[in-house]
Design a protein around this ligand. Sequence first.
Ligand SMILES: NC(=O)c1ccc[n+]([C@@H]2O[C@H](COP(=O)([O-])OP(=O)(O)OC[C@H]3O[C@@H](n4cnc5c(N)ncnc54)[C@H](O)[C@@H]3O)[C@@H](O)[C@H]2O)c1
Length: 314
Amino acid sequence: MRILVTGGAGFIGSHLCSRLLRENHEVTIVDNFDPYYDPGRKKKQLELVKRAGNFQFIQADLMDKQACRKVFQTKRFDVVIHLAALPGVAYSVKEPLAYVHYDIEMTINVLKCAGETGVSHVIFSSSSSVYGNKADKPLAEDMVDGKVVSPYAASKYGAESFCHSFQHLYGFQLSILRFFTVYGPWARPDMAIPKFAERLSKGLPIEIYGSGTSRDYTYIDDIVDGVHAVLNTNHENETFNIGYGEPISMERLLDNFRKFYPDMEVIQKPWRTGDVVSTWADIAKAETRLGYKSKVSIKDGIEKVVRWIGSCSD
Ligand SMILES: NC(=O)c1ccc[n+]([C@@H]2O[C@H](COP(=O)([O-])OP(=O)(O)OC[C@H]3O[C@@H](n4cnc5c(N)ncnc54)[C@H](O)[C@@H]3O)[C@@H](O)[C@H]2O)c1
């Protein structure tokens, strides 16, 4: 398949593109090396993707309508996997308007170009944050009500709505994937697991916010499996949770790190506004409809991350 991956130099995108190339898809990556975190790191990630095969790379800002149009003129894509976004809940509290530009306007540009150029399948990366603060039970896909608690979540919720409307206008196949807290080698440096691993490997203390929190932490290989499964499925317009399927408390997460760093120092900080208390993915729909199965436990995943951090400092 001819696949366009937006944000392909990022964390999830670089892992996904490596898998697509190994499976001989014709991959085009578009990314603007956004400075939300070190663009040098994104360039390194792209270098790693090159080991999996050749791809076309276009450096472009998809918030720019003309630039977006030009990308879609380079060839006729069968599938667009739209990962490019401004991520980060905490930053969205500081800069809410930026999320309207990156996560809503950019998504509209991509959807419009995909529709106008006859793309058959659009896959949109949404987030567990669209469920808001209600995860004392597994979150099933139909449990969203728009009552989100951060501007990031509001922008993803809004972008999902635009996906539905453009699916209706242009008739392409639409898959909305709601990813649950993704981690693994090269994970975004603003997220808890990579931040903890980096600091602990240097003997530095780590900070945790609030208490009683838990997350459905999902290893990157499981996320890539989820996207891969949806690529090969036929439906008109569906939304799937892609998560591990189990909430892990902060205490349990820290215990997993403590095995490697027994003297680690943890600093308790006040609650951060915009954060949800807990997330817990109901993955039954992805299991039945996509044949998706999450595989990497938190214990194995943290071990992989710790090994990776160690190999970076060797
Ligand atoms: N990592 C997670 O835990 C997680 C969870 C839920 C949803 N998601 C979503 O998955 C997607 C990928 O997340 P990630 O963690 O890989 O983030 P990332 O920041 O590593 O990747 C996003 C990429 O998009 C690119 N980008 C940003 N703005 C752009 C623009 N205007 N034009 C072109 N490229 C642009 C960035 O340079 C970056 O390489 C995002 O949509 C994110 O919201 C991630």
